[in-house]
Design a protein around this ligand. Structure first.
Ligand code: COA
Length: 162
């Protein structure tokens, strides 16, 4: 038996009270680093959006960094709760981020997508993003044994005029 249920989602800035409900978005280090993102948001360097259910719990998160490229908002750490992917929430998150960038008076959105993530890339291209370059990227991840290792990757850079 299947059913379709409509739920209203809202988008707002991430808050400290959300952090205990963000475990789905990454490993323990990622969640700890969300606290740093809250500080950067308070300083005006970034926005960090949370898409929330009627219970006001976050089911999608995404950052916009205004310090990466002059004149642009750079989307990063976009993620939708695994149980709710392919329902249009990622689209809502990206469109909300674009709206936020435009509200800042900027006219360009950018992002990088890993080469092994063709589904995410297809979504961005469907939303009007076009590839313009490539760039290596790296970040720390917590391995299964608790050790920290560096994840090295190659990303395609995409951008969209708003
Ligand atoms: C990439 C990601 C953010 C996209 O979010 P999402 O909520 O799944 O995206 P959407 O639902 O808006 O669109 C994606 C798919 O849903 C489909 N879709 C959109 N609206 C839909 C709807 N109302 N009903 C059914 N399907 C829908 C789209 O056609 C698309 O299809 P696909 O399966 O061919 O990709 C999400 O999959 C995710 O968190 N992935 C893991 C982390 C990640 O890769 N982040 C991106 C780093 S760059």
């Amino acid at each position: 038996m299947t059913t379709g249920i409509r739920i209203g989602l809202t988008v707002r800035a991430l808050t400290e009270a959300d952090l205990p409900s963000c475990g789905w978005s990454g490993d323990a280090m990622h969640v700890r680093q969300l606290a740093d993102q809250l500080r950067r948001m308070a300083d005006g360097e970034i926005d960090y959006l949370a898409v929330c259910t009627p219970a006001d719990l976050p089911v999608a998160l995404g950052g916009i960094d205004y310090t990466v490229r002059p004149g642009a908002g750079t989307l990063w750490q976009l993620g939708v709760h695994p149980a709710l992917r392919s329902c249009g929430i990622g689209t809502f998150l990206v469109r909300s981020a674009e709206h936020r960038i435009a509200t800042r008076g900027l006219t360009r959105a950018e992002l990088g997508v890993e080469d092994d993530n063709p589904r995410a890339r297809a979504l961005y291209e469907r939303l009007g993003y076009r590839a313009y370059g490539r760039e290596p990227d790296s970040w720390d991840v917590v391995a299964a044994d608790g050790s920290i290792r560096r994840h090295e990757t190659m990303c395609t850079l995409l951008r969209k005029e708003l």
